[in-house]
Design a protein around this ligand. Structure first.
Ligand SMILES: *Cc1c(COP(=O)(O)O)cnc(C)c1O
Length: 387
């Protein structure tokens, strides 16, 4: 099976991990801060907090922004469930903003409409989570402009987007948000096995996220309620979690970061080749916005179902049967039973639902060979043109 995504592990990556295994610290050692430095120096944010997943980083980010019971978090329906679940963990209510039919990212016009309505009803969100789907940045300038007007905090879910840029600046620099989150799951652009990070330029948010990552425990005398009892002393001042990344993971991450630009440029080569090979077929290829450079986590095509004799499901299953490990990103979150139980239903976000009925993610990873890519096109072509 040709998978839809796959990590690229070098001998150097392996040696970096072995070195940690032979060292004194498997966790809470020097590699985690070194990985955080690699992240901040790469994307230009002031602080990075490495965690055991992007899901944890999203949760810690929501907590640091003060999201709680009675508050609201808005995100896009076309995302992994974690973007919304982070709000539920905090006791917040979730709502969604429909996507732009060209970029598949959160639509700023829909956002504006929804904010105007919410202000009238007194249901404005505290936190907005735009997701850079497939690695292409959302229209952050428009989104930030609206969020400033309505006093909404922004967490960029950049799980797909490390290595990309927007208006000349790296995604992750938090120029248009309070916090940006990356994922280092093996299908993403760089990996630590499991892992994630939250980046921010705000000292206080960084301090709070560090607290939530580590049980709510501090060793900083300035944050304590009474003088230290001695050098062993610490205080738990909040309810936090164990969201730490290990040094084993961080060492892999440091090593992988050396190849970030190589990974992303290989993804771009593959995408350009797909664009050419798919010409003339009844599919929509990804739309490339001016002034953005995508991390290209995913290469999503949309079937022009009016021009095809077969269903979306038939094409998808046909690819799988022939060993092409395609996938669908994503089943709209509002249609998941856990969310429809809150009152969401089919028809609520029509552009997201239409996208879902047509989208297929083709294999996309740095080591995808030209032969394998040709095989994907060959199978897809035979399915699309068969009567
Ligand atoms: C992968 C992903 C996550 C969750 O990442 P983990 O590191 O697996 O927790 C969150 N949001 C999006 C958009 C993702 O693709």
């Amino acid at each position: 099976m040709i998978p839809y995504g796959k990590q690229d592990i070098s001998q150097q990556d392996i040696e970096a991990v072995i070195e940690v295994l032979q060292s004194d610290f498997l966790t809470q050692g020097p590699n985690v801060p070194a990985f955080e430095n690699a992240l901040t120096s790469n994307v230009g944010a002031k602080h990075a907090l490495a965690m055991n997943s992007a899901t944890s980083a999203l949760h810690a980010a929501c907590l640091a922004l003060g999201l709680g019971k009675g508050d609201r978090l808005w995100t896009t329906p076309v995302t992994f469930v974690a973007s919304a679940n982070a709000g539920l963990y905090c006791g917040a209510k979730i709502d969604f903003v429909d996507i732009d039919p060209e970029t598949y990212n959160m639509c700023p016009k829909q956002l504006e409409k929804k904010l105007i309505e919410a202000q009238l009803k007194g249901t404005l969100p505290k936190v907005l989570v735009p997701v850079h789907l497939c690695g292409q940045s959302c229209d952050m300038r428009a989104i930030q402009h609206l969020c400033m007007e309505y006093d909404v905090k922004i967490i960029e879910d950049a799980s797909h987007a490390i290595g990309g840029s927007y208006l000349g600046g790296p995604i992750g620099n938090c120029a248009y948000s309070d916090i940006t989150v990356f994922s280092f799951h093996p299908v993403k652009i760089v990996t630590t096995g499991e892992g994630g990070a939250a980046l921010t330029n705000d000292d206080q948010l960084a301090e709070k996220m560090a607290l939530y990552r580590g049980h709510g425990i501090t060793r900083d005398q300035n944050m304590m309620t009474e003088p230290s009892h001695g050098s062993w002393y610490y205080q738990q001042i909040e309810l936090g979690y164990n969201y730490r990344m290990t040094d084993i993971q961080a060492a892999l991450g440091i090593s992988q970061m050396h190849r970030l630009s190589e990974f992303v440029s290989k993804r771009h080569q593959i995408a350009l080749r797909y664009n050419v090979l798919l010409e003339g077929l009844p599919v929509e290829v990804p739309f490339q916005l001016d002034d953005t450079y995508s991390g290209l986590h995913l290469y999503v095509i949309r079937l022009k179902l009016d021009d095809i004799q077969r269903s979306h499901k038939h094409i998808f299953e046909g690819l799988r049967e022939k060993g092409i490990g395609v996938n669908v990103h994503y089943i709209p979150v509002h249609l998941q039973p856990h969310y429809s139980a809150m009152g969401f239903q089919l028809g609520d976000f029509p552009e997201s639902e239409k996208y879902y009925s047509e989208a297929i993610s083709l294999p996309m990873y740095p080591n995808l060979s030209e032969d394998d890519q040709d095989r994907v096109i060959e199978v897809l072509t035979s399915l699309l043109v068969s009567k």
